[in-house]
Design a binder for this molecule. Sequence first.
Ligand SMILES: Cc1ncc(COP(=O)(O)O)c(C=O)c1O
Length: 445
Amino acid sequence: MPQFPDVSKSTALYARAGELIPGRVQLISRRADQFANGVSPVYAQRAKGSRFIDVDENEFVDWVNAVGAVILGHADDVVDGAVIEQIRRGSLYTLNSPLELELADELIKAIPSAQMVRYTKGGGEACAVAARIARGATGRDKILICGYHGWHDWYQAANYGVDPVSGEYPFAGIEPIGVPAGLAGSVVPFRYGDLNMLEDLLKQHAGETAAIMMEPCRSEPPPAGYLEGVQALARAHEVILIFDEVSCGWRQAIGGMQAVTGVTPDMTVLAKAMSNGYPMGAVVGAREVMEPAARMFISSSYWSDNIGLVASLTTIRELKRRDSARRFDEIGESLRRALNQALADAGMGGACRGFSSNPMLAIQSPPGVDPRKANTLFIQEMARRNVHCSLSFKATLAHTEEDIRVTGAAATEALKVVKDAIEHDRFDQLLVVDLKKEPFRRQVA
Ligand SMILES: Cc1ncc(COP(=O)(O)O)c(C=O)c1O
């Protein structure tokens, strides 16, 4: 059995972060308790392609990839080259940047719902802009939501009215501390896949609802006819339909899920993969929905920063040039095969399925066995074999057959350990870390 990696520097930094940074990290998904805390690395010093080196000098194959914000691979030469060249010309001008128009043209060409464009620096911020535009354009306040849309008040208000511990949705595990109580009821969650519930809510809040904002899907295709049904309801009730493609956009197709499903929303929110790791977000939409934004206060110093603009332009062009949809199909097919083979070779039940750019591994635990134990032990044993992953694998175009072979071999061994723990009731001996925490339950799988 390989030694656990030495992550002592990571551990020391994480302890120090407890004194300097409330919550220790800037993104909940980067907390150490999201992985095998004490075995998984927490701090990186550099990253290239499909791999990173942590602060303790361990090299890992990376299947998290900045939670999907990296799509071409870490430190992509072409994107970084364009960014470096732009830095030499100025990262933020006094005047506006023509790149804003160049990127707008590119987004409008690629995304079916896009006729006009606004920029931000991140996904949650872009969702907040979309919510502002929808409210301003309709003169109505309520928004029906399904999915994760960031940290801002407008959205976190959804957790008023549910028990944050036991509540099923929007998120078990989040209390709306610091969110004005006056916003309670302004945002109403609906269950993914349930058209009847959505219709009931639209009737209940008739005349008050500005928009439906939802993730059209995450790692699996939407149920047949579902998005069409949502669109029909939005039209019938004259509310703006917003697809939040921050996580699914660019991965299935250039142009997003709407390019795959043919269901075009009124507005779309994009971020993450659009710029291969550089801060960037966008709201795009139909002219009649976007144009009223000209009269709203939507303004920020860094939204015209050249780095995000040039990174996005180059990333989108590189996704096209590298034939991303076809290449992701090859990588995903190969990864799913390797992980399903690992399950079979280890004699474990379960399956790896889902979109090629984001396959999900489900490990079957027998009744009576807490699935969190099997999942945490799997992550621990993968980290021991220098593969950094959760159960959701975010592929990049930089992943190679060799990365997949290494991952498959590690998974076979890791799953054998899980099987041993299940069959001989040995979790207590084999798990050397606390159970992985679920930060909040998302509504869209
Ligand atoms: C669908 C979706 N919307 C919004 C966000 C928030 O984006 P950011 O973390 O850039 O604020 C995320 C982040 O994971 C997301 O997945």
